[in-house]
Design a protein around this ligand. Structure first.
Ligand code: SF4
Length: 84
């Protein structure tokens, strides 16, 4: 079962912190689904056949910090942000 893009957008509206975990946010108005981030961190980002980017893990652990930084830097549209 696939979530609709609107559900994903709602999923990015966090209502509270989870104690030290980062929060991944994607500005879907900027994202062009080119899958650069998926190439860097496929455990977190997935562009599906429907052409939309899905955030698989919105609160990844510290083991993903470096690749998250790379994804933020690598996104040509500046669509990804990470809150700590
Ligand atoms: S790298 Fe940026 S533009 Fe490309 S799919 Fe990821 S968030 Fe979207």
């Amino acid at each position: 079962m696939q979530d609709s893009p609107s559900q994903i957008r709602e999923g990015l509206n966090y209502d509270g912190g989870k104690g030290g975990l980062v929060r991944v946010r994607v500005d879907f108005d900027l994202c062009t689904s080119n899958a650069v981030c998926m190439g860097i961190a496929p455990e977190i980002f997935e562009v599906r056949d429907d052409g939309f980017l899905y955030v698989l893990n919105e609160n990844p652990g510290p083991e993903f910090d470096e690749r998250l930084r790379q994804a933020v830097a690598g996104c040509p549209n500046g669509a990804i942000s990470v809150e700590e």
